[in-house]
Design a protein around this ligand. Structure first.
Ligand SMILES: *[C@@H]1O[C@H](CO)[C@@H](O)[C@H](O)[C@H]1NC(C)=O
Ligand SMILES: CC(=O)N[C@H]1CO[C@H](CO)[C@@H](O)[C@@H]1O
Ligand SMILES: [Mn+2]
Length: 508
């Protein structure tokens, strides 16, 4: 008999027997399945009850009754866990599976000063839990009969005085709709006892991309302790498969995130005048996004004037715009866990110069074409190859190249003018579901970006001089549906006359 379980069993006698369901390897399956959810016996959150995250009672301006996080009801999270377990169990039947998905940790920039906390998207997707230092464990041998356990920080009056309320293990089963909750300090014991009780167990943990160092060290010792007897696999590909297809409520949140960012980027256009700094345009898009309800920008925005726009990941945003420049802004926000990602390019004077207009029209036409062909459900890679061919052809036709480029080299040369991919999946993360290949056909429920660009630095001798020192990109977020693409970022102007109108109506 292993020593670990005796502590668990003795505690079981004193406290709720529910705590020991999964430790009890002697229980028969029928006994286990008859265990009610703890949530059947407890009440849901009430007014004046403070949890480790907003509730409909504490934050009625953000969420409705029944929602676990703004816009998403508790049941959807249960459904997601069921679907994950279905995928996990389908890999190897007649085996016991244990999936471990950690939350993000709190990270400090310096002594006691935390960075803004951002939850691990896979964990948030499966639990709706916004607290750090938590772990979701799904365990069982069938997708109908598995246990969900959430490990959380214990309630602690002293810490809560400093950092605010925690949900705590007592209230967590009802609140998150899981079978049971245990203190995070018991994770190792829990896993060790499972490893011993189920010798053929398959452990699903993303060992190679640790998101939480403390959980990772627990996992390392658990895996080492098993002497290589257990198989371990990453569950991440499955969570990405699930997250790839957005549910109707997720689509609504994506739409709202895109509406907010579209309006914020338009506002940045409206305040633009020569001499405004990149930093001030950044501040505008940040301010407008938050004022419209976004929690935070989705990534450090690119606000790049003139030649700076040819540096694709330019995020210093420290320069002052000059008359004659265009400014390229790539910005998006995060709204209740869902991000937008928009790029627009506009002239700071409110009027495109002739060479700017030539390049802008090429990219706009190309972007509209790409949205059109997305109707036929190509892959993102197909869109990319289309962009290279079409961009090469269009740049050649407009006389942008300084010397003659053979027809069969146009796509290759175009890649030097736009050295990035034209599309990525979008969702809870900006480069969402990164494990999903871009070679699969797009389908109903995916959200993708379409973002062709052209970057001609001031030293690029492949282009005629009047086209140098310019970078243009136009990026929209597209919901793929069976009845055609829906441009979620349609509120953000991109036609030349719309842009010129809004920029010259400058109110700054
Ligand atoms: C941005 O700032 C970093 C750090 O100061 C610097 O190394 C980099 O060259 C800057 N980029 C541009 C385009 O000025
Ligand atoms: C590195 C670089 O090209 N910096 C430019 C950024 O944009 C400003 C405004 O046009 C220029 O003055 C900088 O030279
Ligand atoms: Mn993008």
């Amino acid at each position: 008999m292993f020593s670990l379980s005796s502590r668990v069993f003795s505690r079981c006698n004193i406290q709720s027997s529910i705590l020991c369901i999964v430790h009890c390897k002697h229980c028969t399956t029928s006994q286990k399945s008859r265990q009610p959810l703890q949530s059947d016996n407890l009440n849901s959150p009430q007014k004046n009850d403070f949890y480790g995250q907003p509730t409909p009672y504490t934050h009625p301006h953000l969420m409705k009754e029944g929602e676990l996080i703004p816009g998403i009801e508790l049941n959807e999270f249960k459904e997601r866990r069921n679907r994950l377990m279905h995928k996990v169990v389908s890999t190897t039947h007649n085996r016991y599976h244990l999936a471990v998905i950690p939350s993000a940790p709190k990270i400090y920039m310096t002594e006691k000063i935390p960075y803004v906390f951002r939850q691990n998207s896979d964990f948030l997707y499966l639990t709706g839990c916004m607290e750090p230092d938590s772990v979701l464990v799904l365990s069982g041998d069938s997708s109908e009969n598995f246990k969900s356990t959430i490990f959380l920080r214990k309630r602690d009056p002293h810490s809560e005085l400093w950092d605010g309320p925690r949900t705590g293990v007592e209230r967590a089963p009802t609140f998150f709709g899981v079978h049971q909750s245990l203190p995070i300090s018991e994770l190792k014991l829990f896993l060790m006892s499972h490893m011993k009780s189920y010798p053929g167990l398959v452990l699903w943990y993303d060992y190679l991309n640790a998101v939480n160092t403390e959980v990772h060290s627990v996992m390392t010792s658990v895996i080492d302790g098993a002497n290589g007897k257990q198989i371990w696999e990453s569950p991440r590909y499955f969570t990405h498969q699930l997250r790839l297809i957005k549910s109707p409520v997720e689509q609504r949140l994506m739409q709202e995130s895109c509406n907010i960012a579209s309006t914020a980027v338009s506002k940045a256009m409206a305040v633009t005048r020569p001499g405004i700094t990149e930093h001030q345009l950044f501040a505008t898009v940040d301010y407008e996004s938050r004022m419209k309800g976004a929690e935070i920008l989705a990534y450090p925005p690119v606000v790049a004037a003139g030649n700076n726009a040819t540096i694709i990941h330019y995020i210093n945003n420290t320069q002052q715009t000059q008359s004659g420049d265009m400014v390229l802004m790539d910005a998006g926000c995060e709204y209740h866990g869902y991000v937008s990602d928009i790029t627009r390019t506009w002239p700071v004077d409110g009027k495109f110069t002739d060479p700017q207009r030539v390049l802008y029209e090429i990219i706009l036409a190309l972007q509209l074409e790409l949205i059109q062909i997305s109707k036929n459900f190509p892959s993102l890679d197909d869109l990319f190859h289309f962009m290279c061919r079409s961009l090469g052809y269009k740049l050649d036709e407009a006389g942008v190249f300084s010397s003659n480029v053979p027809k069969d080299k146009l796509a290759q040369v175009a890649y030097e003018f736009c050295p990035h991919h034209v599309s990525h999946y979008l969702g809870m993360d900006v480069h969402d579901t990164a494990l999903i290949k871009r070679s699969i056909p797009i389908k109903h429920g995916m959200v993708i970006t379409i973002e062709p660009g052209v970057y001609i630095s001031k030293n690029n001798v492949l282009a005629r001089p009047e086209f140098r020192g310019m970078g243009i990109r136009i990026e929209d977020d597209i919901l793929v549906t069976d009845s055609g693409p829906v441009v979620l970022s349609a509120l953000c102007p991109k036609e030349i006359d719309e842009i010129e109108k809004i920029v010259s109506s400058s109110t700054y």
